[in-house]
Design a protein around this ligand. Structure first.
Ligand code: GLY
Length: 352
């Protein structure tokens, strides 16, 4: 299956297909005609898929690799010079290519390195986690973390090509699958009631397996349309942040050590709708429906954190400056909108 993200001169194809990673040489050739490639990956992903990719690409191109430790810590600003150094050692010029092989951390970090090295070189995303396949590899948000917070330095920099191979999810630990499922369920909630029904009728990871390619396609297609409409995140793209205001605060509260991003998004989606229903802003029943689907996929609905503890983090979030909150709410399942409010939205709420 193929999708094209239409962004004029920054347009690019996305392929979603089992085994597509093995066709990387041909597909890269279609979008780029240079000689030198650097593959950036992490140690866990590289162990499974790195050598195979390196061998394939080396048949046609001059390739080097940089394998970094896995984990969020790698997305640090401090790691950028390591990547620039490897690129310089490989004598990469502006017409050479970076291939990011990994989850969201590698995609964001390597993408940012590609965006900034020599003022930008082309890059290709080969996302290997469900979260990266349905979200972070598409749409060109690249970033690194600062000690003060996540994603505080970044850019909008679109890849030349995204290769999504659902086969690589077979080696993904279950917790990471759940992490991605939080975002998959989010797409159903904000834009696609049929997708949410489908997830509900399948009801387990076992049954999901056969449908995974199709489900990823639907999610990526939703993201593609949203990004085409609002590449720079000024309006429509904010809908992708459903559940994320609370999620970011919950993740921060536990120093990113308890909830995964997808688990925190699950809690954020349910809780924001529960509160909206309680306040008469949303019609009742939507939160319960979300909770039902989240439960089926082993995702939580409650963090148990007092709201008073989260308000500080919500106010510090770069998206909520001046006590102004753009909360994403649902009119119905599959129909989302931006609800402009402030922290008063959480008045009278004890825990989320
Ligand atoms: N992950 C949200 C976005 O790409 O806008």
């Amino acid at each position: 299956m193929k999708l094209i993200v239409n962004l004029k001169e920054n347009s690019y194809p996305i392929y979603i297909e089992r085994g597509i990673r093995k066709k990387a040489v041909k597909l890269i050739r279609e979008v780029w005609n240079g000689k030198r490639i650097i593959i950036v990956s992490d140690d866990q992903v590289y162990e499974h898929y790195g050598e195979e990719l390196l061998e394939n690409l080396s048949q046609e191109f001059s390739c080097t690799r940089l394998v970094l430790p896995h984990g969020e810590g790698t997305k640090s600003f401090q790691n950028l010079p390591i990547i620039y150094d490897a690129m310089l050692k490989a004598r990469l010029s502006r017409s050479d290519l970076l291939v990011a092989l990994g989850g969201g951390v590698i995609g964001d970090l390597a993408g940012f390195a590609a965006a900034t090295y020599l003022r930008g070189i082309p890059f290709v995303q080969i996302p290997t986690s469900l979260l990266a396949q349905v979200d972070s590899s598409v749409g060109g948000k690249v970033a690194v973390d600062l000690p003060q917070g996540k994603n505080l330095v970044g850019a909008f920099y679109q890849p030349k090509l995204v290769l999504i191979d659902p086969d690589v999810l077979d080696t993904l630990p279950e917790r990471f699958l759940k992490d991605g499922m939080g975002e998959v369920i989010k797409y159903g909630c904000i834009k696609d009631a049929v997708l949410l029904e489908k997830l509900e009728s399948l009801g387990s990871y076992g049954k999901l397996g056969r449908e995974m390619e199709e489900i990823i396609y639907h999610c990526v297609d939703i993201k593609r349309k949203v990004v085409e409409e609002d590449q720079f995140d000024k309006g429509e793209r904010m809908l992708l942040n459903f559940g994320h205001t609370l999620a970011h605060a919950i993740e921060q509260y536990f120093h990113y050590e308890r909830e995964s991003h997808g688990e925190a998004v699950a809690e954020g989606m349910y809780q924001v709708m529960r509160i909206a229903e309680q306040k008469g802003i949303a019609k009742s029943g939507i939160a319960a429906k979300i909770a039902h689907v989240l439960n089926m996929y082993g995702l939580p609905c409650e963090s148990g954190i007092p709201v008073s503890e989260l308000i500080k983090a919500i106010c510090l979030d770069k998206k909520n400056l001046n006590n102004h909150l753009n909360l994403i709410l649902l009119k119905n399942v599959g129909e989302s909108y931006i609800y402009q409010t402030d922290t008063e939205f959480f008045d009278g709420i004890d825990k989320v």
